[in-house]
Design a protein around this ligand. Structure first.
Ligand code: GAP
Length: 457
């Protein structure tokens, strides 16, 4: 059964995946901290993405660029003036709203105001009496631009000469380094550059737990190809992204491609698709995939004065490559993984267990070591724990009865439990219990690491 957002939030807090940010000071709205299991899960998600898109992908290479970029970057891309949302305030309770979101929520997503001008949005809200969701009033300020980039100052003086922005996407650090990477990696077009890192957006309406926050991580790839071939690559990366999500353990019937209609595409894009996922509130954007033509390289070439064209060594032709960009949020994928893998399973005899049926690659802990009776077997169990630590993410649990400890391991998605009992002390064998089937086998200790290594692959 589908979990509600509140259930997911409570689960994530209870088991140490995600906590409210700055909790002891009463929290800081819409910030979240990742606990021991949360950071392990995040790292595994990033590792899987990095392997699929970069380290094990012959087409691509990786980069780690700065969060702070020369402010001219954002003038060139249009972010300085165009990265904005339509903001309106409720005059009665002073709450702030995104005008297009008010319309979308009030019409249950049936009216999409994206692309409307501000007076059109304002008139629609007043005509249809869309009330302030906080106080129920209908007295708004006119709609105005709200730039979502976080501004700060570089250096010691807080003057406008030193204004600088926290990047709102990781993509631009890739474009700025296109020539560097191409030259030093000696990659030939077509090739891609992947990057994982923090991005910041001063969202007007963050929310839905970790779905929309002001600080988040992105896994982005810019794939550079010859103009004219971009739509073939677009289809290729769309399918590649979908296959990746299935590998990450999402259910195919909870995923859909949403192709942006031609008339709603950004002026520089000739195709854009979102992969949308069935979140607790319905289908919403998980992954944006856009064919961005040569817009970004062209703008940076123009504004920096640096030649960013690629000289094709085979044809001697010079051109600005076209770009396909699959851009995914780490936290959104993490939330989707919890949504699709957390279940309350009915067992024989009317019992139930909380089970995180997460893929083995993403499981925060791969194996847990359990001495059956702490008093007699903990010394041996600690030995086994150390033996496994060499190869896996392992935990050690000796508190509570064995049934409870199995349940705890199931609830956080640990694929294997290794139990040390009296027989282990006599013949050096252990019990290995598998999470989903709960089947148990007996194995010699000497074979344990190799067995788990194969089972986890
Ligand atoms: N470079 C293109 C770009 O950033 P985007 O659609 O704005 O495109 C890409 O963002 C992905 O980043 C989204 O599909 C989503 O997964 C994630 N994302 C964007 N804004 C976010 C936010 N405020 N909180 C969490 N994730 C976000």
């Amino acid at each position: 059964m589908k979990q509600t957002l509140d259930q997911l939030n409570a689960y994530a807090k209870r088991y140490g995946f995600i906590y409210q940010g700055s909790e002891i000071y009463g929290g800081l709205a819409n910030t979240w901290d990742y606990g021991p299991l949360g950071v392990a899960l995040k790292n595994n998600i990033k590792k899987l993405w990095w392997e699929e898109f970069v380290s094990k992908n012959p087409l691509n290479v990786g980069i780690d660029s700065s969060i702070l970029l020369n402010p001219k970057t954002w003038e060139a891309t249009g972010h300085a003036t165009g990265f904005k949302d339509p903001l309106m305030d409720c005059k009665l309770c002073k709450s702030r709203h995104r005008a297009d979101s008010l319309i979308a929520t009030a019409t249950h997503g049936e009216v999409d105001a994206d692309g409307w001008d501000y007076s059109q949005m304002y008139d629609y809200i007043i005509e249809h009496k869309i009330k302030c969701p906080v106080c129920g009033g209908l007295d708004y300020t006119p709609i105005r631009d709200f730039n979502m980039m976080f501004k700060t100052h570089q250096g010691v003086t807080a003057d406008s000469v030193n204004d600088i922005y926290l990047r709102p996407e990781t993509a631009q650090g890739i474009f700025l380094n296109f020539k560097n990477v191409q030259r030093t990696s000696r990659k030939k077009v077509p090739f891609g550059i992947g990057q994982i890192g923090k991005s910041f957006r001063n969202e007007i309406t963050p929310g839905n737990f970790i779905f929309r926050t002001r600080e988040f991580e992105q896994m982005e790839m810019e794939f550079f190809c010859k103009p004219g071939t971009e739509l073939e690559w677009f289809v290729y990366w769309k399918q590649f992204a979908m296959d990746f999500l299935l590998k990450a353990g999402l259910k195919r019937d909870h995923l859909k491609f949403y192709d942006h209609p031609k008339e709603k595409l950004s002026f520089y894009s000739n195709a854009t698709t979102d992969i949308v996922f069935d979140f607790p509130w319905g289908f919403d954007e998980l992954w944006g995939i856009a064919s961005r033509t040569d817009y970004d390289l062209g703008r940076h070439q123009e504004h920096s004065g640096e030649k960013l064209e690629y000289l094709d060594p085979d044809t001697n032709e010079s051109y600005l490559p076209y770009v396909i960009e699959p851009a995914l949020g780490v936290e959104r994928l993490l939330l989707s993984v919890l949504c699709d893998n957390l279940e309350e399973e009915e067992l024989e005899g009317g019992e139930t267990r909380t089970l995180l049926r997460i893929s083995k690659a993403l499981a925060p802990i791969k194996v847990t070591v359990l001495p059956l009776v702490k008093k007699y077997q903990s010394e041996k169990a600690e030995e086994v724990y150390k033996q496994l630590l060499e190869d896996f993410e392992v935990s050690y649990d000796d508190t509570g009865n064995i049934g409870r400890r199995y349940r705890r391991a199931d609830a956080i998605g640990t694929p294997y439990c290794v139990t040390i009992d009296q027989q282990t002390l006599e013949d050096e064998t252990v019990t290995v219990r598998e999470r989903d089937t709960m089947e148990q086998i007996r194995l010699p200790l000497g074979e344990l690491n190799v067995y788990l290594f194969k089972a986890l692959k």
